[in-house]
Each structure stands twice: as C-alpha cells, then as structure tokens.
Write a protein that binds this ligand. Structure first.
Ligand SMILES: Cc1cc2nc3c(=O)[nH]c(=O)nc-3n(C[C@H](O)[C@H](O)[C@H](O)COP(=O)(O)O)c2cc1C
Ligand code: SF4
Length: 678
C-alpha cells in the first residue's frame, strides 16, 4: 500500500473516505431548472471516477424560496430535487467516492429579482455590496420557517443518497446572524454571541433531529472575518467551540475572511499572482484548538502543498477544488506516480468569475470541464494515424498539437517566434500573471512526450507546409493588434501590446483607450502607472474592462488605485492630432453630440486583434474542404466532411484568433472540439 499521506484513508465517523483529497463545495452554475441534471452529474462523476475521495456538491444549494438562486443554485427546497440528487450520488458512489452537498440560506447575499421575487432577508437591513439587495430584517416567523426549511432540505438530501451535508456560514445568513457587523437584531437572536448563534444552533438541532446520527453534518464557517468590528479570530474560536459543544457537528471546514465585496472574496479564494495556501496554517490552528475533523481549501493548487497539509497534520481533508476543475484526474495521476502529467490550475479564476458574468463555470484551459457530456478529458486514439501540420504555437495551436498527438497522429508544428505561447507569453510579462505560462508549458511537455516535432523561428510559407505532405493542416497563426480605429491620427497611437512587451516606453501623461474590455488594457495601464505616469483609462462602454470580470479586476485595482489613474466610462476616442509635443485626443460619446479635446503625450489603443490569415487563404484552394468547418459536425462531434474540392490534397482548418479575436478558452475549445474527431 502507498505510503503517500494523501492516499491514506480517513475515517469520518462511520464514513470511510478513501484518501485525503476532496473537492469543496462550488456552484458551477450548471443546474437546469434549479436541478442537478445530466451535466451536473457528469461533471462530478468524471472526478469521482478518477479517484477523489469526497466531492462536496452544489455550492450554496438553497433551502428556502427567499434565498433566491443568484448564481443558478440548486433548489434544495423542491421535492423534485431528490431523484436528480439520487442519480448524481449513485454515479459517484459507483466509483467509491463519497458525496455531500452544501446547504444554505444566502440571507442578503443574493438579489430579490431572481427566483420567486421574494425579498432577501437578513439579521439587519444592511446591503451586501457585492449583491446589492437591501434585505428585509427577519421576523420570528421568518426564522421559524427557515429553520424548518433547513431540516426539510437535509432530509431531501439524505433521501437522495447523500453521505452528508455541509452548512454554509461565511457571508450567508448563518454568519450574518453571528457577525455584529450584520446583526442589528435585539432580543433572542441579537446582542450576545449566544443570541447571535441561536439561529444556527436551532438549525443544527432541527437538522440533526431530522437526519439522525448516521448522517454526516458539518459546517463551513469563517473563523475570522478579517474585518474591523466583525468576527475576530478569538470570537471565531469561541464559535467553533460552541459548534462542537452541540455534539451534532461532524466536521469543520475552515474559512478565513469575508466575501461581501469582490476584494474580500478574492482574499478568501486567491487568484493567480496571490500567495498559495494563505490560510492553511490558520486552518491548522483551528484543528489543533478544536479537535474536530478539519477540512480547508484556498489556493492549494499543487500536490506538494496538499501533501504538506496532510503530512503536517494541518488538515484531515485537503480541498483542491479549482485544481480538479483544471484536471479531474489528480488522484489517479498521484496514484500512478504521474504527478508531472497533472494539468495545472493557473489560478486564472475564469471559472468563478464566469458564474456571475457568463452563466457557467468553465476552465480557462480545460475546455472539457463542464462539458463532460460532449468533450473528453481523456482523448481516445484515432483509428488511422495521420500527418498533421499545425502552424502557430499559441494556446490554440498547442492544444491542437496536444490533442492530435494524444490521438496518435504524427504532428509537426511551425512557429514564427523563438518560443511557444503566442499572446500568453505577452500576458506573462506581468509578474502577477506568470502562472499563465503553465498553460503552454504543460502542453509542451505533453507534446514532447508524444514525439511532436517543433520548428521555431520559422515563418511557415505554403511550401513549408505542403512539403510535409500533410493529411491535415491547422492554421493557428493568431492575430495582430488592431489599432486603426480612429478617423484621423492612427499613426499617432501605440498598442497595448507595444507597452506590455516593452517595445514602447511609457509616456508621462497617457490615455489608455480600451474598447476591447479585456486584460491587455489594464495590463498596459499597470505598466504605465508603475512608471510614475498619469494614466487615464477610457472606454465607450458602460463599465471598464467588462471581460476581465470581478475577481480578476481586484489585483489590477489594488495597483491602479494606488497610482495616479483615472477611469472614464462612456466616452469614445474619435481621433488624434499632433499638437506640438503633445497629442490632442478628440473625444466624443455614443450618447450625444458632445465632443471635447484633451492633450496627452501618449495614446495607447486596445482594440483586440485582426487575424493573421494570409497563409490560410493561400492554402485554401489546395485543400479538400476549402477551409470549411461544418458547424453541425463540429458541435455534435462528427468528423468534418472533406468533399468540397476533389482535387484537394489535405484537410485545412483555421482556429483561434486566426479566425477572430476571442480569448484563451475559446482558442483552446476551438482546438479540442475539432481535433478530438480528427
Ligand atoms: C465556480 C466556483 C463556485 C464556488 N461556489 C462556492 C459556493 O457556493 N460555496 C462555497 O462554500 N464555496 C464556493 N466556492 C469556493 C470553493 O469551495 C473553494 O473554497 C475555492 O475555490 C478555493 O479552493 P481552491 O483554491 O482549491 O479552488 C466556489 C468556487 C468556484 C471555483
Ligand atoms: S479557470 Fe483558472 S482558476 Fe479556474 S480551474 Fe481553470 S486554471 Fe484553475
């Protein structure tokens, strides 16, 4: 038997967990009609199959109707949830994986304009900045009903075959009662800690009475809000002692911090560039002081840190949640001593940011995550080995090369630059975004292990490609920055890439004009602001950097707000004119005829890319399919038809930004879904 601390079983009351790695509760926003249907089941089943010991499903499954599903939560208050839960638990149990679910009442952390349009409730009228509902202050009859709602939901989950539940008490109703910052009640539920905990204790009593002793009941709670006037570490420890004293709690899942604002949330769930495992020692301290089984997750992306957490007795179960979104097969790869094959989570937090802005969690570089019903995590071998030539080694080209190589094809890659990476290399010019390079590094290692041939510093021409006698050519040449957006003075502006790459020195008084809304503008602004210049970021949109999204914005703002940076929304840069040593920016707006002119010594434009598609169009007439990608075949996983040109010599496909400016995930998904059927 393996001596690896991570692979030792753990006895949680009557339940044996087969190793020490768990997925903590997270709502990927996959429910359909509020139910965990096939997509949801397939997502968890893929991870169960690959060996994770415990998957804590849902995130914030709602126990009450007045906990509106603000990020498409599972509706645990409906009886119809039971059969869906049963299908999910059966599927995971078949692989020896324990399954639990997080239940909650969101309190004020939601909005009344979702679900049944009931007012949010909390222990005060204070609005949560992140979700913005002004809650109703709970009355006695609200409390009585919600306590019963918890017990009803717990009973449904037991009926659905769950091994246990986790109550959520950080940023949600339970700890809104606990924290003096969010509890202005008087009488039995406000004032002393005993009163502030009364609601939780009533819930725990009601739940335990309903589910009995042979069911796991734990709590995920903030043991230190890290907020002036909120739950301190001392109070957090006292809360933990009182929870233990109920004798009805089987595990603690430790959180440090508060989630009522985007920056608060980002400190609880750190993104790339932030420290790994920042709260691990704190969780260890709670374990030592309280002595209950202790779980914890917060940016423990690598096996070495996870192993340390268990080996040093800091945790009983270590959460690797985003790590499992990036690679469901972590446990299997550890067991098979293939840790170097684990696809690394790069902390991009595209997954979490998307649940609010785009409606479901997707991993920036694993396009099969959340698409288990249609996309493979393990690439099946092809029936016939083909010669595949790929032009471009950015994220699209590298994913195409990896997948083609895993299919068993003979793969050659041409790349004009000296290294692979494309735009990712530019991104990693920022110290904070260095982790992104693993998207390329991991693919490179996978490719080299499968004999992919790379030709760097090679600007491939038609002859370079055709002399390889390819069966398939994939053009993934990416795009070039596009700054020709002004009616006059396009020659006076530079691109965000020029600044990020260090090709152009920052000016002193700089306008960063961004109508792409992605990372590049903020990244350029950061470089310029750090040089000591005055920076104005202007966008014609209603808000700036919409594609960067909430948690990813936090590290930028922490730098930019500390410098001389101004943000201007709803104004459009129309033209630029030379004005002595300065450049006069002609600024208008889409809303009115208003125009004004202001002077800067540098104007930086961020307007996405235009495709580098010359090679594709040169190859097109010689191809069997004339470059066409048949959409139904692409979407429904069938091989591409190649019957447009009987004289064609090879199949030709174009993917990623060589088609149109999109993002890393789109580029990788383009490649995976095309190449998996080659
Ligand atoms: C898409 C997504 C949704 C999440 N939703 C919840 C949630 O509803 N409840 C919860 O307690 N934690 C939630 N989390 C937080 C995770 O449980 C975990 O604490 C966090 O991702 C940090 O762990 P990691 O670094 O291993 O990913 C969510 C995380 C992600 C990525
Ligand atoms: S999007 Fe980023 S943080 Fe989320 S799982 Fe993928 S690599 Fe990890």
């Amino acid at each position: 038997m393996s001596k690896d601390p991570l692979l030792q079983p753990y006895q949680l009351k009557h339940l044996t967990l087969k190793n020490r790695i768990m997925i903590t509760s997270h709502e990927p926003a996959y429910p359909e009609d509020g139910m965990p249907k096939d997509r949801y089941r397939a997502y968890h089943e893929a991870r169960a199959k690959a060996g994770v010991a415990l998957t804590m499903t849902a995130g914030s499954a709602a126990v009450s109707r007045n906990s509106p599903p603000v990020f498409n939560n599972i509706l645990a208050y409906k009886d119809e949830v039971v059969p869906w839960v049963k299908r999910l638990t059966d599927a995971c149990h078949d692989h020896g994986c324990a399954v639990m679910i997080q239940l909650t009442h969101l309190g004020r952390r939601t909005h009344w304009n979702k679900g049944d349009w009931l007012p949010a409730v909390s222990a005060s009228h204070e609005r949560e900045p992140a979700h913005r509902a002004f809650p109703k202050k709970v009355e006695d009859w609200d409390i009585q009903r919600i306590v019963q709602d918890y017990a009803d939901a717990a009973e449904r989950m037991k009926a659905g075959g769950m091994d246990g539940i986790e109550l959520q008490a950080y940023g949600h109703l339970m700890d809104q009662f606990w924290s003096s910052l969010t509890n202005t009640l008087e009488g039995p539920y406000g004032g002393s800690l005993e009163n502030r905990m009364r609601f939780s204790v009533e819930v725990i009593d009601a739940v335990r009475e309903r589910v009995g002793d042979d069911f796991i009941v734990g709590i995920r709670f903030t043991a230190d809000e890290d907020l002036e006037g909120g739950i301190s570490e001392e109070e957090g420890l006292e809360i933990a002692r009182r929870l233990k004293a109920t004798g009805k709690i089987d595990f603690l899942n430790v959180i440090k911090g508060h989630i009522d604002t985007d920056p608060g949330l980002t400190d609880v769930i750190p993104v790339q560039g932030m420290r790994n495992a920042p709260h691990l020692d704190f969780a260890g301290k709670i374990r030592e002081e309280i002595g209950l089984p202790t779980f914890h997750a917060a940016k423990i992306p690598d096996v070495a840190t996870a192993r340390h957490a268990i080996a040093e007795g800091l945790l009983d179960m270590v959460g690797m949640t985003r790590a499992h979104m990036a690679d469901p097969m972590i446990v299997r790869k550890i067991a098979e001593k293939r840790e170097e094959d684990i696809r690394p989570c790069v902390g991009a937090t595209y997954c979490l940011d998307r649940i609010y802005q785009a409606g479901d969690a997707l991993c920036i570089h694993n396009a099969a995550t959340g698409r288990e019903l249609t996309m493979p995590h393990e690439i099946p071998p092809a029936g016939q080995r083909k010669k595949v030539v790929i032009v471009g080694a950015g994220p699209a080209g590298m994913e195409a090369a990896r997948v083609a190589a895993e299919r068993g094809h003979d793969v050659t890659v041409f790349e004009a630059a000296p290294d692979a990476g494309g735009q990712i290399r530019l991104t990693t010019q920022s110290e904070r975004r260095r982790e992104m390079i693993s998207i390329i590094k991991w693919r490179m290692e996978q490719c080299l292990a499968r004999g992919v041939k790379f030709h760097f510093n090679t600007f491939a021409e038609v002859n370079d490609v055709t002399s390889e006698k390819p069966d398939v050519v994939i053009v993934a040449t990416g795009g070039m920055t596009h700054t020709d957006v002004l009616t006059e003075g396009n020659d006076l502006v530079v691109s965000s890439w020029d600044i990020i790459a260090g090709d152009v020195k920052p000016g002193k008084r700089v306008l960063v004009y961004d109508d792409a809304g992605d990372h590049a503008a903020l990244q350029a602004a950061e470089v310029i602001a750090k040089s000591g210049a005055h920076v104005e970021i202007m966008t014609p949109d209603r808000s700036f950097a919409p594609d960067v999204m909430a948690m990813n914005l936090v590290p930028y703002m922490r730098v930019l707000q500390d410098k001389d940076v101004r943000f201007t929304v709803t104004y459009r840069l129309k033209a630029a004119k030379r004005s002595g040593n300065m450049i006069s920016a002609v600024i208008g707006t889409d809303y009115s005829a208003h125009t004004e002119e202001r002077e800067f010594d540098q104007i930086v434009v961020n307007h996405g890319t235009i495709p580098l598609d010359e090679l594709y169009f040169e190859l097109k007439p010689n191809s069997k399919n004339l470059g066409a990608i048949e959409q139904e075949s692409l979407i429904f996983g069938r091989p591409q038809p190649l019957d447009r040109n009987p004289d064609g010599a090879f199949a030709l496909f174009r993917i990623g930004d060589a088609v149109s400016a999109r993002n890393t995930h789109a580029a990788i998904y383009d490649a995976l879904r095309l190449v998996k059927d080659l």
